[in-house]
Design a binder for this molecule. Structure first.
Ligand code: NAP
Length: 523
């Protein structure tokens, strides 16, 4: 069992009672009483805190860890070492299930004696021996874990360190995977987030989550609500298959929410993670190598976005995997499938997502793109995928861009026309597609195409999806043109990925609901 543990970081008993009640209501499977947060800490407080937990749990069993963290290892206040040890001893006497003592302090003979004496009088309390590094990985985490086990074989080793890169998490995974007994290994910081989510799959004794973002007691801690809702904590087990979006930044990505919602709806034992991979090709390759070298992690597929789409393509090609021809032509892959036989495949669902959004919005088939005059505004990554798809389908594309040279280069590659943005005043097209960020939140009063250029016989597609109805789409609707919003493209490309990931269809309706819900809650 991996206990979802919520730390209680109150400054007094009244605040602790409120936090405990919220934590129990919020689904805490274990509580950590961080007594070092109390002001005027006294040994007697420990008994009162444990009584407060029993009262809030109302008969249910909510195990408790009592911690009085040394300031040198992240403690909130600088309490004397003798007081901290007395607090831990009192916690054992008061019925705590676990006490957490820093391994560095336990190694001092008088501390060890005090802790062992307290534990010998209890039939249930267990010792957690912890080590923390807030700057980065330990020089030798495996050795440290062995040392802790040697010093006290019945203790639970707890190693917590900052991941400076997602690749630092793999050492934590290896330790948990080969632990052969209760163990806690977690990585702090945004790059360490997945270690908190995956602790349950890998059999860690606990993972920590805060009641809310303000109450986090370590950098990168998620809230219990996120862990249980978004990251499906209650459904994870050692067989859970993993997926994720590789990006930098990744925190804003809606992909975990939509894919996990669909996994949940279909009762699938799958989990989709945000994978913050910082750096370029080297770091990307190293991340993929790390993942693929550990088949037991059960990673099956990846969405890939800025800035790694090119790296994804090159990685799969270098590994001799299958690369979808149009992804090759676009020069970017946004999806990698890791097959169970160890082979890889790379796809680009961006262009298909966009084209499907247009065909559905215009009520046409792909064949109807043949000879259709299309104005594509923008010459970046999204434009490139859409231009590749459209020219492949036979459309007559003209690319408009602020930096005309970029439009010229793209046009030369896909044998189409180009023009400066000013030429949008004399627009002559059946389909207009905005592939720039113009009109995106918060600058919602901007539009890339003058209103007077839009006509009723046009279809206008804005790839911007925040807001769903951009000023460009408002103008197009006012002119009675057909409008297609960016959410349709986003959902379509995610639907195509879901199909590649699972072999079945996700729910476009649910995906759209999740995206709209997010946009409304972040307005
Ligand atoms: P990108 O590679 O950075 O390209 C940005 C494009 O926008 C370039 O053509 C750039 O022109 C132009 N641009 C940016 N700011 C401008 C301004 N103030 N005035 C004129 N032109 C401007 O970005 P991308 O990856 O292609 O993404 C473009 C947009 O697509 C995003 O902003 C997003 O809204 C949308 N998108 C939608 C989806 C979806 O699923 N619906 C998915 C991804 C992205 P220069 O070349 O002159 O710099």
């Amino acid at each position: 069992m991996t206990y979802l543990t919520i730390p209680i970081s109150a400054k007094d008993l009244a605040q602790a009672r409120r936090q405990i009640a919220r934590a129990v209501d919020g689904g805490a499977e274990m509580l950590e009483l961080r007594t070092d947060y109390l002001t005027g800490l006294m040994v007697e407080r420990v008994r009162e805190l444990l009584a407060a937990v029993r009262a809030a749990a109302a008969g249910a069993s909510v195990p408790v860890i009592v911690t009085c963290r040394d300031k040198a290892e992240g403690g909130a206040k600088d309490y004397r070492e003798t007081l901290r040890m007395e607090v831990l001893a009192a916690a054992v006497a008061a019925g705590a299930d676990f006490i957490d003592c820093e391994y560095a302090n336990f190694r001092r003979a008088d501390n060890e004696r005090r802790i062992r004496t307290a534990l010998s009088a209890s039939s249930k309390a267990r010792l957690i021996l912890s080590a923390h590094d807030f700057s980065g990985p330990f020089p030798d985490a495996r050795r440290l874990c062995q040392d802790i086990r040697k010093a006290c074989p019945e203790a639970v080793p707890k190693l917590v360190y900052k991941a400076n890169h997602i690749n630092d998490c793999f050492e934590a995974f290896d330790l948990l995977h080969g632990a052969g007994g209760d163990c806690i290994v977690l990585c702090m910081g945004e790059a360490g987030l997945i270690s908190r989510i995956l602790a349950k799959k890998l059999g860690g004794l606990v993972t920590f989550a805060s009641i809310d973002a303000q109450a986090a007691t370590a950098p990168g801690q998620v809230t219990a609500e996120q862990l249980k809702g978004l990251y499906r904590h209650d459904r994870i087990d050692e067989k859970t298959e993993l997926f994720g979006v590789i990006a930098d930044p990744v925190a804003h990505s809606l992909s975990p929410a939509i894919h996990n919602a669909c996994f949940g709806e279909q009762g699938m034992n799958k989990l989709y993670l945000p994978l913050l991979v910082q750096g370029g090709q080297r770091e990307f390759d190293s991340f993929m190598d790390n993942v693929l070298a550990r088949g037991w992690l059960d990673f099956r597929g990846f969405s890939v976005t800025i800035p790694h789409k090119r790296s994804a393509l090159d990685y799969v090609r270098a590994k001799g995997g299958y690369v979808e021809p149009l992804a090759e032509k676009i020069g970017a892959a946004n999806t990698i499938i890791a097959n169970s036989d160890g082979t890889l495949a790379a796809y680009n669902t961006d262009y298909a997502g966009a084209l499907d959004a247009v065909t559905a919005g215009m009520g046409i088939g792909r064949a109807d793109f043949e000879a259709m005059p299309v104005a594509v505004v923008g010459a970046g990554g999204v434009s490139r995928a859409i231009v590749a798809g459209l020219t492949d389908a036979g459309a007559k594309v003209r690319i408009y861009n602020r930096t005309v040279e970029k439009a010229e280069r793209l046009a030369a590659e896909f044998e189409c026309e180009f023009a400066p943005l000013d030429d949008l005043r004399n627009l002559d097209a059946k389909l207009v597609i905005n592939c720039t960020s113009i009109g995106m939140h918060p600058k919602v009063e901007a539009t890339p195409v003058p209103k007077q250029s839009l006509k009723a016989d046009m279809a206008v597609f804005d790839t911007v999806y925040n807001p769903a109805e951009t000023l460009l789409l408002k103008h197009a609707a006012a002119k009675h043109a057909k409008t297609i919003d960016g959410i349709s493209m986003f959902v379509n490309q995610a639907m195509a990925q879901f199909r590649l990931f699972t072999g079945t269809d996700g729910s476009a309706k649910l995906m759209r609901q999740v995206v709209l819900g997010f946009l409304i809650s972040h307005r």
